[in-house]
Design a protein around this ligand. Structure first.
Ligand SMILES: [Mn+2]
Length: 370
């Protein structure tokens, strides 16, 4: 047997005979349309927004809205859906890199009309899907640089960002990317079973640490951070210690039971908006009970009912938002797409409320609402 007799030898020769014109053209177009990546990305052919055939979320669009392929032309739209297919920040069960695609696919179930709110998202809002951010699966800090740059670009172009995660580590770069565009402080309303306020896990900034680092940002002070639904056995003690030292506000599920959703929502708005110019919504799907949202990496029994959560979202959205993220949807653990569907519905509920409250889009003058 000799090297020249091998199919492998033939194969490595054969490869060199193939042209790559189409792929090269597509890559050049992707670089132009997808914008330049963060400075820390060595391979300058990787665009900031992934436009290539490779990736996880490149085949469907949230609510079937148009794909904004050329990001240089973004502007004038009301809403942009941005996928962040990252699970590099998970500490236990990965899979959230498939979250954006799952939410996009199931979002076409039903229509864009909400019966009880009396609002049609498709008629009132100019929405686009900007595809996925090119995250770097092996490097969380590079991924943070990409995410912050990408969400910052949406803000620079004055388009409301809806971030489809991704694990919760992306909460930090989401705030980091938005904060420079806020002329004053930015508050954070955070729904979760976990406090996510540890400095590091396994020596890195991961999905248990977004709000430790976010509240280190000068205009995102911990005094404007309110965390709702915290409790159970998977939250870390370090997070609570940091909440104590930084004077963040923690509302446990027991608090919600005791004071009721209306009062807690009012209080959350008070904390988040106190001397702030904008508020960001971070919705961790695991704040909902795993019976209704099993598709997540770190489930904790005893969470919200979907009905409670949707009501909460409507109440805290009325004053307006600077952006939102849905995180921790992990399709490999999901059943019948119910977790992805709840994630998609959370986005729609927030957008509908923003329209009804006059914070986004325009709608026909309604009769008095019952
Ligand atoms: Mn969580």
């Amino acid at each position: 047997m000799q090297r020249n007799d091998l199919n492998g030898t033939w194969a490595i020769e054969r490869e060199g005979e193939w042209p790559s014109e189409r792929s090269d053209e597509a890559a050049a177009r992707a670089s132009e349309y997808g914008l330049e990546s963060a400075a820390t990305i060595r391979d300058r052919k990787i665009p900031l927004f992934n436009r290539s055939r490779r990736g996880y979320g490149n085949f469907s669009r949230f609510l079937g809205v148009p794909f904004q392929e050329d990001m240089r032309e973004l502007g004038g739209q009301d809403v942009a859906f941005m996928g962040v297919p990252l699970d590099t920040g998970t500490t236990f069960r990965p899979g959230t890199r498939f979250g954006p695609d799952a939410m996009r696919r199931i979002s076409s179930l039903g229509s864009t009309y909400n019966v009880s709110m009396g609002v049609d998202l498709y008629e009132t809002l100019n929405m686009v899907d900007v595809g996925d951010v090119s995250v770097i699966p092996a490097n969380i800090e590079k991924s943070f640089d990409q995410i912050a740059l990408a969400i910052g670009y949406l803000h620079e172009r004055n388009v409301f960002p809806v971030v489809l995660g991704g694990d919760h580590s992306i909460g930090y770069p989401d705030i980091r990317g938005i904060a420079p565009y806020v002329d004053g402080n930015i508050g954070i309303i955070h729904f979760d079973r976990h406090s996510d306020l540890s400095e590091y896990t396994w020596d890195e900034r991961m999905h248990g640490s977004p709000f430790f680092h976010a509240t280190n940002i000068e205009n995102a002070p911990p005094s404007n951070l309110v965390q709702i639904g915290i409790g159970g056995w998977t939250g870390s003690r370090e997070g609570l210690k940091n909440a104590r030292e930084r004077h963040a506000t923690v509302v446990t599920l027991e608090d919600v039971d005791r004071f009721g959703i209306d009062k807690v929502a009012e209080y959350a708005l008070e904390i988040a908006w106190k001397n702030a110019k904008a508020v960001f919504l971070s919705f961790d799907i695991d704040s909902v009970d795993p019976a209704f949202a099993p598709g997540t990496g770190t489930p904790e029994p005893g969470g919200f009912l979907p009905r409670e959560l949707l009501k909460f979202l409507r109440l805290i959205t009325r004053e307006g938002l600077a952006g939102m993220e849905v995180v921790e949807v992990s399709p490999p653990y999901d059943v019948s797409d119910i977790t992805a569907l709840l994630g998609a519905r959370a986005v729609m509920e927030v957008l509908g409320t923003l329209v009804v409250s006059g914070k986004l889009g325009k709608m026909p003058e309604p009769k008095e609402m019952k």
